[in-house]
Write a new protein. Structure first.
Length: 297
């Protein structure tokens, strides 16, 4: 690519820029951020080559929106006057149905230039200083193309993520939102709820004093951006409510077993969960394993 423009130069957008630079896949990157300090910090760190505004999309090959999903519509409306016919716009949002609706409303007949996507990677830290060049190596990138997207537009997006080391998967926007309500959005809601519950107890200081690695690991994702996860929760609330209801039913069952002293029932649930998690970890490790090195002389 000759020119890439990134809206949102924090962890997700910044790591995309760093990954492409490391791969030598882009010549010039412009960063756009609602925080002038963040944009300048991204320049200082060498994540982007310069900071700009919506007009920077003029002449770009690719534009990435790495911002909270509720900002999608306003950003697309702001960049539309500067959008060249050859420019492809994509996003990194954790929900897709709402993003597609926002894109259709903002871009109208030019929605074919928007290819929705979602990188399945992250950390609990935010901002340009959190960006790393290998965040996406071995991680999934889910592209959720529109019927209007030309194959070449989809290829431009997936080629860029592949250059960052990502493994490409494809879902429809609706499939995406149902899947991630279960395995991403619900876990974040639970982590936030647990930490908030403990923080509001009168003896919170004592509880946090004795919280150890298990609590830290379980609640790590509660360190993520509250604004971003508010937007995700509201955007995918129908699917998230369904998953939350199912989880509450599971908790009700566990409570009944605990109250009845049903140790065998509890152990059965714990054992099934342990086996499922072990199988998942083994599958993830196999999928993300580096290719074997050629040791032949």
């Amino acid at each position: 690519m000759n020119k890439l423009v990134i809206f949102g130069v924090g962890l997700i957008g910044g790591s995309f820029a760093r990954g492409l630079k490391k791969a030598g896949a882009v010549r010039h990157i412009v960063g756009v951020d609602r925080s002038e300090a963040a944009a300048q910090r991204a320049v200082e760190l060498g994540i982007v080559d310069e900071a700009g505004g919506p007009e920077a999309v003029r002449g770009a090959d690719l534009v990435l929106l790495a911002t909270p999903v509720a900002q999608t519509g306003p950003i697309l409306a702001a960049l539309l006057p500067w959008l060249d016919s050859h420019t492809i716009v994509t996003d990194a949002g954790s929900t897709k149905s709402d993003v597609v609706a926002a894109a259709r409303a903002a871009l109208g007949a030019r929605v074919a230039q928007f290819v929705p996507g979602h990188p399945i990677a992250g950390r609990e830290t935010n901002g340009p200083d959190a960006a790393i060049d290998d965040l996406y190596v071995g991680k999934k990138f889910v592209v959720t193309p529109l019927a209007e997207n030309p194959p070449a537009a989809v290829d431009r997006v997936t080629d860029a993520w592949r250059a960052c080391g990502a493994i490409i998967h494809r879902l429809t926007p609706g499939e995406h939102d149902k899947v991630f309500a279960s395995v991403s959005h619900l876990p974040h809601l639970l982590a936030y709820a647990l930490v908030d519950d403990i923080a509001n107890k009168p003896h919170a200081d004592l509880l946090f004093q004795y919280a150890a690695s298990g609590f830290r690991d379980f609640t790590r994702i509660a360190g993520s951006s509250p604004e971003m996860w508010r937007d995700i929760s509201m955007a995918n609330r129908v699917a998230l409510l369904a998953e939350l209801d199912a989880y509450m039913a599971q908790l009700t069952q566990l409570r009944a077993q605990l109250a009845a002293g049903d140790g065998a029932g509890l152990e059965a649930v714990y054992g099934n969960a342990q086996r499922a998690r072990r199988n998942w970890i083994e599958a993830i490790e196999a999928a993300e394993a580096p290719p074997p090195q050629d040791t032949a002389e």
